[in-house]
Write a protein that binds this ligand. Structure first.
Ligand code: 5GP
Length: 190
């Protein structure tokens, strides 16, 4: 059985990344890596499903024990990828999706040259602001902080292997699936 693909996906919040990945993850050939974070759960988020919600002390303990593939501080909170389930699922032939921000993605770039890097971008920064306001999960000052953060992140998009612009959702989903399909057919150089 061939190994699965390690797929790293970054997108500023409000890019519709959750909707795109939700569609892709209906296929059991994919495993979604559940990250650990120190941020508070949003309404409806369940521990162990969207994230493993940890205290700063617990998170730092995980770092000390080398249990994270990568981690970063983002908007004042730690976020990190637990290592063990990733290798296990890749070995079992499943495609593993890491949904992480750019600093973490650049760490994975160095650690795992076999990974595929996909950046999901909004059609424009203005569209992004409108989507975040429409989602209504954060107060306005947090939204402005996230928009500024998004502009910085978009500056990193050129360092990814692929950019998917989420203008028309169905097209973005089909682009994403096409990338994975092509990568699965790629002749490996090793
Ligand atoms: P949110 O708080 O909106 O759920 O996530 C904020 C940012 O943290 C998003 O860009 C998300 O992709 C990123 N993120 C989530 N999990 C991880 C992780 O394990 N590592 C890193 N580096 N970033 C993460």
């Amino acid at each position: 059985m061939s190994k699965g693909l390690l797929i790293v996906v970054s997108a500023p919040s409000g890019c519709g990344k959750g909707t795109i990945l939700g569609e892709v993850l209906k296929d059991p050939a994919y495993y979604y890596s559940v990250s650990a974070t120190t941020r508070a759960p949003r309404e409806g988020e369940v521990n162990g499903v969207q994230y493993h919600f940890l205290t700063r002390e617990q998170f730092e303990e995980n770092i000390a024990q080398d249990m994270m593939l990568e981690y970063a501080e983002y908007c004042g909170n730690y976020y990190g990828t637990p290592l063990a389930p990733i290798n296990e699922n890749l070995e079992n032939g499943r495609n593993v999706i890491l949904e992480i921000e750019v600093q973490g993605a650049m760490q994975v770039r160095k650690l795992r040259p076999d990974a595929v890097f996909v950046f999901i971008a909004p059609p424009s920064v203005e569209t992004l602001r409108e989507r975040l306001v429409g989602r209504g999960t954060e107060p306005l000052d947090v939204i402005e902080e996230r928009v500024a953060q998004a502009e910085r992140e978009i500056g990193f998009a050129q360092q990814y292997d692929y950019i998917v612009v989420n203008d028309v959702l169905e097209e973005a989903i089909s682009d994403f699936k096409a990338i994975v399909r092509a990568e699965s057919c790629k002749v490996k150089q090793d």
